[in-house]
Design a binder for this molecule. Sequence first.
Ligand SMILES: [Cu+2]
Length: 470
Amino acid sequence: MAGALDTSLHGVQQSDATNPRTVIHLHGANVEAEYDGYPEDTFLPGQSYEYKFNNNQEATALWYHDHSLGITGQNIQAGLAGMYLIRDTDDPVGGNGPLGIPAGAPYEVPLLIQDLSFNSDGSLYYPYPWDDVFYGDVAVVNGKAWPNLNVDRTVYRFRIVNASNSRFYNFKLSSKQQLIQIGSDQGFLNAPVYLSELLLGPGERADVLIDFSSSQPGDKIVLENDAAAPYPKGLSTLINQNYAKLSEIMQFTVNQGAAVSKTIPTQLRVNKPQITQITTPPVRQRYLTLTDIVDSNNIALAMMLNAVYWDEAAKYPELMERPQVDTVEQWNFINLQPFAHTVHLHLVPFQILNRQSISYDQYIAAYSATGPRTVLIDHAYAPTVPYGYPPVDPTPYTTSSATPPAENEAGWKDSVVVNAFEVVRIIVPFGAKAAENLPFGNSFTGRYVWHCHMLSHEDNEMMLPFDVVA
Ligand SMILES: [Cu+2]
């Protein structure tokens, strides 16, 4: 990859330019800490590390990718990302399960979607010095720019992952056909959700059926995107708004041949419990802010969670979230920025409780009144929020009623869009014994991470460790 490395970012070394670190994270896996790909557990070209994945969780599409501290954006753009499908009795290999949906080629197709940019010599472009967002001007699916897929006149299953750095996609089909979403990040929904558009933030996945049986031979159908960048409102200072929009992703061309219609199942969870909201009361509420640190010109220097740096959290346990294994907690993400982020928790799936708009001014006033934490603060940049103060409950400063998750978000998730000036409340079981009917089977302790899945953000401080303690 051409371009210089910004060695001012946490973890980045000049040697990464020629001998880059890597570490594998299986995104969405319920796995032991030693196999989770902690961002400092990196190794170098020529070295190896053996990972063991127990796969003790419901069928879904996980994806594995690099997670090296400070260079995850470059490594994933360079191609270190792939899909990892877990099967179970509702979704067996070969597709002969009770749902009658495809599993395997040719009618099940992974779509790993990135936006990349290229230098004139064909090498990958990456911004230097660090910028708080990266938006590519070329849609790349499974490593191919603006691809075409020839499709038969029948039902296809697409396993979509947003593997982009910063871009949110709001997918639509040029034919105005519906996208039939049957699964979210962590497995099947209770029932299919028929969508005219599908929003996916970085790191999110969707399991989607498209029925081409009423399409005509020769039809060309484009998978389109109309999400602004940054999401949701764009930014007038972006140099090229057309590139920023990236309105076409890929094309389907309908083959000759007779149409084969298939029944879309109405219930998706045959051999497993229906998803109901966790009723076990949370043992703890945590309030977690999404902010940044800026210079005197209001240019972002780093993106922050709780206004705490990565190295501080590892050093001072009181700055880290430390849930107890097999308990349920409620985490409340408070976005104090004018654009959306996607927050991802390692190890455990969660449920979205609701979203609610907040008053920035009122929240900041209350936040500023809490007083600094009693630990040493090692860094000294200008924060946009009180640096190192403990976040407070935003509920008194909300400006709308709380809205439950959309139907296609009302399943098991591991990544969640947190919109501008909004609190998103999620309920998290930190172990298989924390509540009834969970979609995973293990109770692990150890050190994991939670972070923003916009890669330029997690590469510059928007990531913190958390410990699951015995
Ligand atoms: Cu972010």
